[in-house]
Design a protein around this ligand. Structure first.
Ligand SMILES: NC(=O)c1ccc[n+]([C@@H]2O[C@H](COP(=O)([O-])OP(=O)(O)OC[C@H]3O[C@@H](n4cnc5c(N)ncnc54)[C@H](OP(=O)(O)O)[C@@H]3O)[C@@H](O)[C@H]2O)c1
Length: 298
């Protein structure tokens, strides 16, 4: 049985990864921190010795590193704390993978780009606009320098099975939709490509399996859905699915204020597809319905 360690297994993407690798009969060890429950093992990735001990004991063929501090506003305000997980822990994971000979898949973000010249190919120069993007570029660099036997998978805004609506920047839109007591502005400016974690987990598993068959499959890759949306268009689809009014939501055509965010980071996914990694693309309408149904029935 092929073995995989998944970091960030309690997170939104991590739980989809655990489900997908398990379904395909991999021997999965999921690592988590504050939400380490059930089969998940509690490991603080900022503790290098703990990481090395777990990796050396389990001896995975593949490590999928999805642990992160990803909220741009948190990274902006608590930069050094966030760097410990986004950069330093990533270096520890990469070093340990190199020591034990495990293939590493590191998740990164479309926010490494400035959003002015889409679509972006993996070789295009990053130019992050905010500290989260800067730290993810730093994470990419330590992975490339430390474990050449790795893949970096940049992905856009994600949604998936959530433990609470605020867990994803997409599912949280339902909160404003359900609260008809007040008007709310919804961004109708920034172009996004909301991608379902279930689809991404399939792509990641296929990438790991392809690499084990052909070790030359490695390096920088992009994955994304192809549905071009804004937060306003995402929320109107949710309203339509569940037969709700969105009259209290106002389309805001102005660029967002606060933490700088890129305009359009559309990712070109052809490099991955050229290797026959085509995954699956659930239509947004179907995917978001699946994820929100438990909340809308309440
Ligand atoms: N979500 C998006 O829209 C999005 C967009 C683009 C790229 N990505 C990338 O996708 C990947 C996964 O993101 P996500 O949305 O699944 O993140 P998430 O839901 O915020 O999950 C973060 C995970 O990191 C773990 N973690 C945080 N600090 C830790 C520590 N000190 N030690 C061990 N584990 C720690 C958390 O564990 P506990 O909760 O148990 O503490 C949790 O499992 C990241 O690389 C992110 O950059 C995400």
């Amino acid at each position: 049985m092929k073995k995989v360690i998944i970091t960030g297994a309690s997170g939104m993407l991590g739980r989809a990864l655990v489900a997908e690798f398990t379904k395909q009969s991999w021997d999965v060890l999921g690592l988590a921190y504050s939400r380490a429950e059930g089969a998940l093992k509690k490991v603080d990735l900022r503790d290098g010795e703990a990481v090395r001990n777990v990796f050396k004991e389990f001896k995975p063929a593949v490590v999928v590193h999805a642990a992160v501090e990803r909220k741009p506003d948190v990274v902006e305000n608590q930069e050094e704390e966030a760097r410990k997980i986004n950069v330093t822990a990533t270096e520890t994971v990469a070093k340990t993978c190199a020591e034990i000979g495990a293939f590493l898949v590191f998740f990164s973000t479309d926010y490494v780009f400035d959003g002015t010249k889409p679509p972006y190919k993996p070789g295009d120069a990053p130019n992050p606009l905010n500290k989260y993007g800067i730290q993810k570029v730093e994470g990419e660099k330590v992975v490339q320098a430390t474990q050449p036997n790795s893949a970096i998978l940049r992905v856009p805004i994600l949604y998936g099975q959530v433990e609470f609506l605020k867990e994803s920047a997409v599912t949280v839109l339902a909160e404003a939709l359900l609260d008809t007591s007040k008007q709310a502005k919804m961004c109708d400016y920034q172009i996004r490509f909301p991608t379902y974690t279930k689809d991404l987990a399939v792509v990641c598993r296929q990438l790991a399996e392809k690499h084990l068959q052909d070790p030359t499959i490695k390096g920088l890759f992009h994955w994304s859905s192809t549905e071009r949306m804004t937060k306003y268009s995402m929320v109107t689809v949710i309203a339509d699915i569940f037969g709700l009014s969105h009259d209290h939501l106002i389309a805001n055509k102005e660029p967002p204020t606060g933490t700088p965010r890129p305009y359009n980071c559309q990712l070109d996914t052809s490099a991955l597809e050229a290797f026959g990694i085509i995954g699956q693309r659930t239509p947004y309408r179907d995917g978001i319905k699946e994820c929100l149904e438990p909340y809308m029935k309440k």
